[in-house]
Write a protein that binds this ligand. Structure first.
Ligand code: HEM
Ligand SMILES: *[C@@H]1O[C@H](CO)[C@@H](O)[C@H](O)[C@H]1NC(C)=O
Ligand SMILES: *[C@@H]1O[C@H](CO)[C@@H](O)[C@H](O)[C@H]1NC(C)=O
Ligand SMILES: *[C@@H]1O[C@H](CO)[C@@H](O)[C@H](O)[C@H]1NC(C)=O
Length: 546
């Protein structure tokens, strides 16, 4: 009898909790003043509608017409009411105030369990500290070494593709190769480590990172992942293959990357003692030096553990984001051969200033190539247009840590029929920020907002110029104090790679490709999601006429 009571009491508590959330919390929720789409079933939700890039542009348009620019939507559970933000003033308010709007603990727990608590998942004081130490490493002056690394990796990738196309046109999964190339780049630029993944994928540390990251994109995972967030002990009780893989990867990362950190520290110390300072330019060295500089107050310094987590974070945040952006651009250029030819002409127009063969470039010529290329107008416009149309990160989440009043640009029509220029958001409400929705808003960018048109940048509508985001009126790198610190880094990769690829190859569309949002927006063969992410294109050598 007693046993039965024991067994039942958690159940009773659960029932009370659910009733509370469903009845009390729902009817007295101030969020109820917002309108939103109906929910058809008890456990129905709108996540697919607001996250799937194949439907989101249409969904957002419909939501704006029907419910306005602050929409009440349903998350995982019946009591999980969220707000989808489609208003620019509301968005600025949220992204600016990182104290009131944090990342939800669910996503932070997930990220932390795999790569540790680095810049991407830390909050509050801890986050400010990490960002403060890391930012100098991303300064323009430190990006020079990166130009060199990127150029050499680009040439290596070109050589591999040249081999693959030596018999003429070949089908190449550009996504896979670009992903390996950006991995190599962040390895070298991040901590002076050679993965050499373009050539083979056998490096121990490369495999450790790749296996750890694949947990995010593995299929059948989401439910288990969700469960393990709410019940972390499940991972200890039922260590399945995924969990074991992550643990094995983490051991390798800790051992190999941990050793690299110690070696760097010794080099820096030895440099100081000998009076001949160590001049490594990788992010790890710069992070260690920044941590030791007098400008960072003592209590804001980082531990070895923090440094390791941030290296992991750079590997995670700085590889597939760039490679996916480049992959989407090559696909868009394959689909728009006229733009591709125009861009190639622009790139070739500067080629005559440089040696005919990449192997003859001096270090100075590599730098000046980047300076020349980064100022080319059409290249700039194609880069921006691709990042606008297909932002690698589709959306992000925030949660209100206190009740707040959010101002809006467009009037919000509440359920009682009033028009207001602000709305109340209760503490703990999840805010859904779709980066894509702002990039594709027809009322701002014009009727062709969903099309690839690099020339739009010649005559931007007034409304666009008022967007205060991190990069060129685009939300692709987010906004505010938590915007992407890797923007400059990514642009160097993107522009040098486009130069090398387009002056050496012609890209033609091969198969129908569909977008799926699996942490990032990734390409898949239409109807073949299970075959994994890929973007095969027909690649043929481009021979310059002399
Ligand atoms: C095309 C390439 C890239 C895109 C589109 C991109 C986009 C973004 C976005 C949207 C965020 C905000 C995430 C959120 O708030 O949920 C972010 C954060 C971040 N990115 Fe990037 N990123 C790119 C490349 C890079 C590179 C190359 C690096 C590093 C080398 C990097 C490092 C980071 C870090 C450390 C954060 C966390 C910042 C913080 O929370 O304070 N990113 N990125
Ligand atoms: C290209 O192919 C040749 C012959 O198969 C090989 O020796 C060479 O290493 C290859 N180069 C690259 C960059 O893969
Ligand atoms: C950062 O600086 C502090 C204070 O000097 C030091 O204790 C700590 O070990 C340093 N962190 C790293 C990773 O070297
Ligand atoms: C790209 O955009 C800029 C404006 O940002 C413009 O000056 C330039 O001429 C553009 N267009 C082309 C086709 O190169």
């Amino acid at each position: 009898m007693l046993l039965l009571l024991f067994a039942l009491s958690p159940l009773a508590a659960l029932i009370l909790f659910v009733l509370y959330r469903l009845i009390i919390a729902r009817f007295f929720n101030v969020l109820n003043q917002l309108r939103g789409p109906p929910v058809s079933q008890w456990f129905g939700n709108h996540l697919e509608h607001v996250l799937n890039p194949s439907v989101t542009p249409r969904v957002y348009e419909l939501f704006i017409q029907r419910y306005g620019r602050a929409v009440k939507i349903r998350g995982f559970f019946p009591w999980d009411e969220r707000v989808l933000i489609l208003d620019p003033v509301a968005l600025s308010h949220i992204m600016k105030d990182t104290t009131t709007y944090e990342k939800p603990w669910e996503s932070r727990t997930l990220i932390t369990s795999i790569i540790g608590c680095g810049m991407l998942s830390a909050e509050g004081q801890m986050h400010r500290r990490q960002r403060r130490v890391a930012m100098p490493a991303f300064s323009g002056q430190n990006m020079q070494t990166l130009v060199d690394i990127v150029f050499k990796k680009g040439v290596q990738l070109k050589d591999v593709w040249e081999n693959m196309t030596s018999g003429g046109e070949a089908k190449i999964d550009v996504c896979q190769f670009l992903s390996r190339a950006t991995f190599d780049i962040i390895g070298l630029a991040g901590f002076d480590y050679t993965f050499n993944a373009i050539h083979d994928e056998t490096n121990e540390l490369f495999l450790a990172y790749r296996n750890a990251f694949e947990v995010f994109i593995s299929q059948g995972g989401p439910f288990r992942t969700l469960l393990s967030i709410y019940l972390p002990s499940i991972n200890k009780l039922f260590a399945d293959e995924t969990v074991r893989t992550v643990q094995r990867s983490q051991r390798v990362i800790r051992r190999v990357a941990g050793r690299l950190i110690q070696e760097k520290k010794q080099k820096i110390e030895a440099g100081e003692l000998s009076g001949d300072p160590y001049d490594g330019k990788d992010l790890l060295t710069l992070l260690l030096k920044s941590n030791a500089s007098h400008e960072v107050p003592f209590e804001q310094r980082l531990s070895d553990e923090d440094i390791l987590h941030n290296i992991n974070t750079f590997m995670f945040a700085g590889s597939d984001t760039s490679s996916l952006s480049m992959t989407w651009t090559l696909l868009l250029l394959a689909q728009n051969p006229i733009v591709q030819a125009r861009l190639r002409d622009e790139l070739l127009s500067v080629a005559s200033q440089f040696p005919a063969s990449f192997s003859d470039f001096s270090p100075d010529q590599i730098q000046s190539l980047y300076n020349v290329v980064s100022a080319l107008p059409l290249l700039n416009n194609v880069t921006r247009e691709s990042l606008r149309l297909i932002p690698p990160l589709h959306s992000t989440l925030r949660v209100a840590t206190r009740t707040d009043e959010i101002p809006t640009l467009h009037p919000i029509r509440t359920n009682d029929g009033q028009d207001k220029h602000s709305f109340t958001i209760p503490k703990n409400t999840v805010v859904h920020v779709s980066l894509e929705s702002f990039n594709l808003d027809k009322s701002v960018w014009g009727d062709d907002a969903w099309e690839f048109n690099p020339d739009r940048w010649d005559k931007l509508p007034q409304a666009v110029q008022r967007y205060p985001w991190h990069y060129s009126s685009l939300l692709s790198f987010s906004a505010g104090p938590r915007a992407c610190p890797g923007l400059r880094f990514a642009l160097i990769e993107i522009k040098i790679f486009y130069y090398i690829m387009l002056t050496n190859f012609v890209f033609t569309e091969a198969d129908q490709i569909t977008k799926h949002n699996v942490v990032l927006t990734r390409p898949y063969l239409s109807g073949k999601f299970r075959a994994g992410t890929q973007c095969p294109l027909l690649v043929s050598p481009f021979v310059r006429s002399v």
